[in-house]
Design a protein around this ligand. Structure first.
Ligand SMILES: Cc1ncc(COP(=O)(O)O)c(C=O)c1O
Length: 375
């Protein structure tokens, strides 16, 4: 299989399982774990990651961003509860209810539209009330949350099951804002439960809070990036051991001798300073090997590091092998991951590209086939 797909992502499902086990061990058996599998499991494969989590009992909930993401999981046979983390348009509600998705409710209008969809579908729906305690994105204000909870419990067929919020700086070294936010949320969650007249599933901890704020763990934690092996920020404390969820690989497709003064690739941005050997690899920006790696990236071949030379093309890139080389067509090339004693971590991509690990793994395009390690 991997020979047919020269450029492929190897997804280390065993590492992802171990990360989930480490999270469970840290937060304790009394808490539930929701694994964020939105955006195709941060690029790792939502269905495969969810199936592994369900089969190994390492997660209790799955988190998605869109209704189609939830439907995809149900169509793949997943039975774990699925929370759609953002608001839902009225016209999406019926499909979501029929798939048994749990919806985040952010406003009175949304709650009322859901009640209408529930009546139409003739099926009840579970919801979690989303409170904006300081993210500034979606959700009801803490002041209005108890009233909205009261309204929801009065709606026939709508079951209020949880209340949650989101933390924008839980990954930062300065803990002041997050500590205040957690306190505000705990007070609000208490008032919401009083208004609802029942105990709810209370949750707010993303990876930053799982790693750095145990007062945020509450009834359930909602890690994403750390499940895939990365801390959300280099500043976040490394309190739980994590293993990378993905390596990116390709193979050498062409090798040539290049005379000093020869230009390489579009724009002629690199000119060989000495007689050398240049390899071509069948990976480019259409695969997620970002064009910003032009003359700045590196790859590993046989445990040695080689620089990208010239511009990264859509489907191919070039690397300088140096004047003496035994690299040949078909040799394995590591774009991200380990090779011999060396490793190119996802964090290195993020730093060189001026982005975060989240975007790096999400940017691995659908053309790059995912090959799953057994777990
Ligand atoms: C509402 C919500 N909860 C949890 C997560 C997981 O966050 P992280 O990947 O930082 O752990 C996200 C992702 O952005 C989210 O939007």
């Amino acid at each position: 299989m991997s020979l047919l797909y020269a450029t492929h992502a190897r997804v280390h499902l065993g590492n992802i399982r171990d990360n989930l086990r480490a999270i469970r061990a840290a937060v304790g058996p009394e808490r539930k774990v929701l694994v964020a599998v939105k955006a195709n499991g941060y690029g790792h494969g939502a269905v495969e990651v969810s199936r592994m989590a369900e089969a190994t009992g390492t997660a209790d909930w799955l988190g998605v961003a869109t209704v189609p993401e939830g439907l995809q999981l149900r169509e793949a046979g997943l039975r774990l509860p699925i929370l759609k983390l953002g608001p839902t348009f009225p016209w999406e509600m019926r499909a979501a209810i029929e798939a048994g998705l749990t919806l985040a409710i952010c406003s009175r209008e949304e709650a009322e539209a859901l009640a209408a969809a529930v009546a139409e579908a003739n099926r009840p729906a579970s919801v979690h009330l989303k409170v904006d305690t300081g993210m500034g994105r979606i959700g009801v204000s803490p002041a209005e949350a108890p009233e909205l909870a009261r309204l929801i419990v009065g709606l026939p067929g709508v079951v209020l099951e949880g209340v949650f919020t989101h933390l924008p700086v839980s990954d930062a070294a300065d803990v002041t804002y997050t500590r205040e936010q957690i306190l505000r949320f705990r007070i609000t969650a208490g008032l919401v439960q009083e208004a609802a007249g029942r105990r709810l599933l209370v949750h707010c901890a993303n990876s930053g809070a799982v790693l750095g704020h145990d007062s945020a763990w509450l009834d359930m934690v909602r890690p994403g990036i750390m499940v895939y092996g990365f801390r959300p920020d280099p500043e976040t404390p490394a309190t739980i051991p994590l293993k990378p969820g993905m390596s990116l690989l390709t193979r050498v497709s062409f090798v040539k001798k290049v005379a000093r003064g020869t230009s390489i690739g579009y724009g002629r941005t690199w000119v060989a300073p000495v007689d050398t050997n240049v390899a071509t690899i069948p990976a480019g920006y259409a695969d997620g090997f970002n064009r910003l790696f032009s003359n700045r990236g590196r790859v590993l071949i046989g445990g040695r590091s080689y620089p990208v030379v010239g511009r990264v093309c859509m489907d191919q890139s070039m690397v300088d092998l140096g004047p003496e080389t035994d690299v040949k067509v078909g040799d394995e090339v590591v774009l991200m991951g380990p090779s011999g004693e060396l490793v190119i971590p996802c964090e290195e991509w993020a730093a060189r590209l001026g982005t975060i690990t989240y975007e790096v793994t999400c940017q691995v395009n659908p053309r790059v086939v995912r090959i799953y390690d057994p777990y």
